[in-house]
Write a protein that binds this ligand. Sequence first.
Ligand code: AMP
Length: 338
Amino acid sequence: MKVLVLNSGSSSLKYQLFDMAERTLVARGAAERIGEPDSDISDHAAALDRIVANLLGIEVAMARRPDVPQVAVFDTAFHHTIPPHAYRYAVPEEWYESHGVRRYGFHGTSVAYVAKQAAREIGRPLGELNLIVLHLGNGASVTAVANGKSVDTSMGMTPLEGLVMGTRSGDIDPGVIVHMARQAGMSVEEIDADLNGESGLSGLCGVGDVRDVLEREAAGDARARLALDVYAYRMRKYIGAYMAALGHVDGIVFTAGVGENSADIRERACEGLQRLGVQLDETRNRASARGARPIHREGAPVAVLVVPTNEELEIAEQTLQCIQTSGAATTEAGRQNG
Ligand code: AMP
């Protein structure tokens, strides 16, 4: 069986075709920096057009085989184990009952995958492990995993909450929204566009790509330095909060574009947490290795790991499981996962 996975992120569209017999990759590709000023891909539709042109053979095959099942894998599914005390907001109950206002979380596919890999790396069953997973990409979130299950995550009802991101603010006082509406006369649409697209690193220093921010900081740009300080401080606050939420932490896991590639950001995220058991080994952290690897000091109480995510493989695995367990031609993995 072959599974084609289309993975649409906030600024990228990736595809991978797996042969599930051997879990081998048959084809892959991506369009990145969608919609950015220097990008020639204006939006996801343009990106999909381009990829679909590359996948013409597959598209034709799909058109000729309408019996091939389509499976939707929801990015929120892994977070369905979050308990009410973590997913409820302290707002009028009516907001929750009638409008679904609660924390849902995102990046679940990625966290599910890297948590499994981290357990393999640590050498213990996932069901016995408490982990803090930092998915640091263009979008960014932290998830607290207790005995292998998500119990809290920093993204909320929308992906806007939590960590500072490329162009999203993360946590702010909700009163700021009211203030900007009243004081600056901004519309809801304008505030929404600014908080999602003009905030975060980009809002603080003018660029949202961590590589660019690091470059500017190295060249002496004070705004870039401040942006990175705010970015890393928010991560440390969440790590500390989730240590308290979990009570005991076996491992901290870094994944996605920034988490996998930037030793600098990993170091800043863990700065000052030594007495809480988070002790990086500088050589391991800086080594230009690939693949899942430990970066903590030998004998440190908390394992710190870099684990490359593979959302597409996780989606393919869940797709296979869904098709095998349902036996139906067309179904949804999300339904299976709750
Ligand atoms: P993702 O959303 O997982 O594709 O990650 C995209 C983010 O990863 C962008 O903000 C990039 O700046 C960041 N990134 C990729 N490679 C590096 C690197 N070597 N150092 C710092 N950030 C990186």
